[in-house]
Design a protein around this ligand. Structure first.
Ligand code: BTN
Length: 248
């Protein structure tokens, strides 16, 4: 696969980078468009939540991808972006983050950022719009513990600089998505990056919460949880980290 030609659009204000890019995808925009904004008036988070960030305080961006994968493997597409963001935070900001399944960025147990993916179908097949929000200088008011790059390491790159690094880190991972062995490599990298594994977790689902020990990620990106000795897999839900389980 030839290396993707990334293209950038920037706004000082937008409703939501995901909403804007999803519309472009519906209209047939080719893969590789990236949009970044200083401020979103209607930013969205996972599970129908809002995502609020004051102007200039965060990296707020979305990537348009059209990988040749089955719909079963979409979680790996999203993981590729989350892993690239994590790498960029380490290299450009010297900020070491882990991932909480599916794709929250954490420092310790504090949320540094999140990823929101949306699938768009149109005349050119399906596209995945993957949005990333990273708290750079502030982290707003939230009931859950949160943090920012500034708070963790005392200095921050600009949102544009961090986005450049995320994009650089994404190019090779985007290529890995095209073949089964590449996807397996991504799955293994994802397992390494997840602080969820080895922990007691509560999976919060509309059908009822389940508690157990998170043990791994299956080939499609579902979370494997040992629930009283029975292995169950979850492909949707919110996960609460309860405590670390020491190896016996
Ligand atoms: C989460 O709930 O943790 C995911 C948050 C994702 C927020 C980003 S900010 C850029 C992009 N545009 C949006 O409206 N949401 C995503």
């Amino acid at each position: 696969m030839p290396t993707l030609a990334w293209r950038f659009e920037e706004f000082s204000e937008i409703d939501s980078t995901n909403t804007w890019l999803a519309q472009r995808a519906r209209e047939g925009e080719p893969e590789g468009l990236i949009v970044r904004a200083d401020y979103q008036s209607a930013g969205r988070g996972r599970l129908n939540r809002t995502w609020e960030a004051s102007a200039g305080s965060s990296l707020l961006c979305s990537f348009l991808l059209r990988p040749h994968v089955e719909s079963d493997d979409l979680a790996l597409v999203v993981a590729a972006v989350a892993l690239s963001t994590r790498e960029a935070l380490a290299t450009r900001a010297k900020c070491e983050a882990t991932l909480k399944w599916p794709n929250d960025l954490l420092v310790g147990d504090r949320k540094l950022g999140g990823v929101l993916a949306e699938v768009v179908t149109g005349p050119d097949g399906f596209a995945v719009v993957v949005g990333v929000g990273v708290n750079l200088t502030s982290y707003g008011a939230s009931s859950a513990p949160a943090t920012s790059v500034l708070h963790e390491v005392g200095a921050v790159p600009s949102a544009r600089e961090l986005l450049e690094s995320v994009t650089l880190a994404l190019s090779p991972r985007r290529e890995l998505l095209e073949c089964a062995s590449g996807r397996e490599k991504l799955r293994l990298e994802w397992e390494e990056a997840l602080s969820t594994l080895g922990r007691k977790v509560r999976v919060v689902r509309p059908g009822g919460d389940v508690e157990g020990v998170a043990t791994g990620i299956d080939e499609h990106g579902s979370l494997l949880v040992d629930v009283n000795g029975e292995m169950q897999s979850f492909n949707i839900g919110d996960v609460v980290h309860l405590r670390t389980v020491e190896p016996s």
